[in-house]
Write a protein that binds this ligand. Structure first.
Ligand code: ADP
Length: 428
């Protein structure tokens, strides 16, 4: 039996069975049944093993009329829940069995199997317990099924309401031994579940770590744009004597510095979102048309030749200005990135009583219907992205920023014709 079981905890249960076999003289059939159950410990599913064990208890213990295994502790509303599903019990012809709360408590509190016979003086208090009387339990064996040294996972309950044919003293060690084997199986299952849970947690940690590392990568990549502007503008300043032009370059440097700070904030927020926290919008009155003009001027500084038309009519929106700026920055830079420079990108808006919908339309490579479905997930890059730099985080962050406003974002696209990214911001 020993080599069939994987853990020290299960080994201890097998020792229990050995001790029982040594101290009691079990019938040959009972020993055979224990061997049979032991053989099935690793090869059967939990349901198969339990069903088999319960059926065999009926075969060996002549007096047994009701047999069940219930989960411990009982459910606060439903009470004792059998570990075997109803349809299996029906199929196997195992009758529904009542469980006495008092006997269950007795067995669980002592962490010992309970052998109860109605007439004996040993358990007088139990004899009068309401749950024993109500269920007409005349004799019974209750075995706590242990997950570890002290943890009770379930209870094996065998009883009969017949005073004339009680469960016999010699049935007790057999039922205890079956209980020890079932404990080994449930305990091993618990260990496997815990190991699986730990594995899942480790995997989740790994994904978050990767995500954060990627976030750092994308942040440093995006920070290059303003740095290029700072470098170019300062070179121009050094070369230029004209006061007016120098002021213009200085203005560009200041804007680029501001933008870098904003980017850092955004990626810090993205890092927050990656740890599962939701972003918050700090709203104020914003003029989206002016904000988009700013963005366009900036993009044109960094990417020469791009054509972006600002057809936004909306002049007031109640939004988080930095988040809104980042939403447009991401959508506009994608539109430029995934379409030829000479095809115009158009930004538009339409207002309703409920809120405003903004659109960013390009005439670029487009996205297949299939890919559109996964575009907003983290690290999703679709189509042929070999020629463009990116990490697949931009739209995911954009969606988080739109969600922070209680809005939503979607895409309509035809491959080779272009894409329209739209987002709706509710009023208020
Ligand atoms: P990234 O651009 O860094 O790869 P995004 O999250 O911004 O990440 O975009 C995810 C993917 O969606 C991109 O890799 C690209 O395949 C596709 N995509 C985004 N915007 C467009 C667009 N305007 N036209 C075509 N494809 C797009």
């Amino acid at each position: 039996m020993k080599e069939l079981l994987p853990s020290a905890q299960a080994d201890a249960r097998i020792q229990d069975v050995r001790a029982i076999l040594q101290e009691s003289l079990l019938e040959r059939e009972a020993v055979n049944v224990l061997n049979e159950i032991a053989q099935r410990l690793l090869s059967s599913t939990r349901t198969e093993l339990l069903a088999h064990a319960l059926r065999r208890i009926f075969d060996v213990v002549a007096a047994a009329q009701r047999v069940t295994v219930v989960a411990w502790p009982p459910h606060p509303q439903d009470g004792f829940r059998p570990l075997l599903p109803e349809d299996v019990l029906r199929r196997e012809g195992i009758p529904e069995s009542p469980v006495s709360t008092s006997m269950a408590r007795h067995a669980v509190d002592s962490r010992q199997a309970l052998y109860f016979v109605g007439q004996s003086e040993e358990h007088v208090a139990l004899r009068h317990a309401p749950s024993v009387l109500a269920n007409r339990i005349h004799s019974a064996v209750y075995v706590p099924l242990m997950g570890g040294a002290d943890e009770v996972l379930a209870l094996l309950c065998v009883d009969t309401p017949q005073p004339s044919e009680p469960i016999l003293p010699n049935d007790f060690p057999f039922i205890r031994a079956v209980g020890a084997l079932l404990s080994a199986a449930l305990g091993a299952e618990r260990i496997r579940e815990e190991a699986h849970l730990r594995q899942m947690e480790a995997r989740e940690q790994e994904v978050r770590r990767d995500a954060l590392a990627n976030c750092m990568r994308i942040a440093s990549h995006d920070l290059k744009n303003p740095l290029v502007v700072i470098q170019l503008a300062s070179q121009m300043m050094a070369k230029n004597d004209d006061r007016g032009r120098r002021d213009g370059f200085l203005q560009q440097v200041r804007q680029a510095v501001k933008r870098s700070t904003r980017l850092i904030d955004t990626y810090l927020e993205a890092a927050e979102a990656l740890t599962g926290r939701t972003l918050k919008a700090h709203r104020s009155e914003v003029d989206p048309k002016a904000l988009i003009d700013d963005e366009i001027a900036f993009l044109q500084m960094a990417h020469e030749g791009v054509i972006i038309e600002n057809r936004v009519g909306c002049r007031h929106v109640h939004a988080d200005v930095e988040k809104l700026r980042q939403i447009f920055a991401n959508l506009l830079s994608n539109a430029c990135k995934y379409s030829p420079a000479d095809r115009a990108v158009t930004v538009g808006s339409s207002e309703s009583d409920d809120g405003v919908t903004f659109t960013v339309r390009d005439q670029g490579v487009g996205i297949s219907t299939e890919d559109q479905a996964r575009l907003f997930g983290a690290f999703q890059r679709v189509g042929d992205t070999r020629a463009t730099e990116g990490t697949g985080l931009g739209l995911w962050i954009t969606q988080a920023l739109v969600n922070a406003h209680g809005g939503r974002i979607w895409v309509e696209s035809v491959p080779q014709q272009g894409s329209t990214f739209a987002f709706f911001l509710p009023r208020g």
